[in-house]
Design a protein around this ligand. Sequence first.
Ligand SMILES: [Zn+2]
Length: 440
Amino acid sequence: MSEYIHTEEFMNWVKGVTILKITKDGAVDYVKSKMQTFVNDLKHKVKDDDEHFKRFLTKVTVDGRVKKRHLNKHGGAFKYKIDSTCPNCNDMFEILQDNLDDSYKYVRWNCHDSSTTICPANYGWVLSKIYISYNIDSSLGPKDVDPLSVFSLMTLCTLFAAVKVIVVCLITLRNKLMHSKDNHLSAKDLEEAFENSKIFLLHTDVAPTSTNAVKQLESLKQKKIIAVGVDADCHELVRNALVLKKQCLENDMKVAKNEGNPVDGFENMLRNTTTDIVKETQKVYEVERRKTEEIQDLKMELDRKKKDLEFEQNEKQKAKNLIAKALEKERELDIRNNETKANNTRLLQKIQYLEEERLRSMELTENLRQEFAMVKEQLDQVRAQNQDLGLFGTCVASATAGGMLGGMTTGVPGAMVGAAIGPVVGVASATIKQYRTQRQ
Ligand SMILES: [Zn+2]
C-alpha cells in the first residue's frame, strides 16, 4: 500500500471509486420510487391485498416455485412459469417477466434470504433482488449493497430502460476499478468517470432526487488529495474506497463460484485489499490520535493562559486596592497637613502677637523706667530738702506722733491735742517756707 499511496494514478483510482459510491447513493431514491410504483401496479391485480402479495413474493423469491419451461420439447427457447394455481399470482408473474430485459438470460428467482421478513416496507426491495445478479441476499435496501447491484437492477429491469445505456458505462467503470490489481486509474478514465456519473445523475428521471449527489460529485472534483499522512479526511477516503473494493470482490467471488468459474484471482486481490484496509485504518487512527493530542495540547495551553490571565487579573486587583489605599492615606495626610498648616499659621500669628506685645512691654518698661527716673529724681530732691531741714522735721514728727499717742493713752481726744499743737506746727511750716525761700 505505502509504495503506491502517493502516486497520481492511485489517487485517481480512489476518486474513481468514490464517484461510483456517490453515483450509486444518488440512484437510491430513484430506484426506490420506481420499484414502489411497480409494486403498486402489481398489487392492483390482487386488489391491494398485502397478505396475498406477500404470498406471491414468497413463492417467487424464497420457495423455488418458479420453473423453466422449454417452449420446444427438444430444448432451446424457454419461458419461466410459476407453480401456482392462483390466476392473480400467475398474472403478476407474467408482468414480472415482461419487465425482464432481454439480456437477462438466467434469472435468479430464489434471491431473498428468508431470515429477513417480507413486509410492505420492503416489498419493493425484495422485488428488486430478482434483477440483481447475486443469489440469496439479506440486504434491506439499495443502501446496503454495492454499486453493481443497483446498476445491475437498472440494466436488467426494463422499468429503467431510459438510463440503461449510461448505466452500462458505469458498470464498465465499476469492473475496471474493482478488478484493478494495482489500484490505478488514468487521468483520462477519471475524467470519463466524472462525465458518465454526471450524465446519469442529471438525467430527467434521476435529477429530482440526486441534488445532494451532484453536489458531492462537484466537491470531489475540486478536492486536491495531496496531504496524505496529514489529512484524516483523505485517509478516510482511501479507506472507504478499499472497503468498497473488498465488498465488490466478495460479491464477484460469489458470482464466480455460482457460475463455476475460478476464484483464485479474486482471492488474492481480496487478501491484498484486506491488508491495505488494515494499514489505512491504522493511518486514519494515527492521524486522529495526533489530532487528539494536538487538541489536548491546545486545551492545556488554553488552561495555562486562562490561569495566567486570572493571576494577572488578581494582581491587577491587588494593585488597584493598594493604589486605592495609598490614595486614601494621601487624602488623610492632606487633611492633616492642612490642619497642621492652619495650626502653624495660628501659632505664627500668636508669635507675632507675642512679639508685638513684647515690644509694647519693652516700650512701656522704658517709659516706666524714664518716669521712675523722673520720680526718683524728684524724690531725691525732696530727700535732699528734708535733710536740710534735719531735726525740725523730726521734732514735728515726734510732736505729732506724741500728741496722738498721748491722746490715745490719756483718754484726751487726739483732736484736742492736734488743736492744741496745730498753731505751733502752722507757725513751724511758715518758718520752713520762709527758710526755703531764703536758701534759694
Ligand atoms: Zn395468488
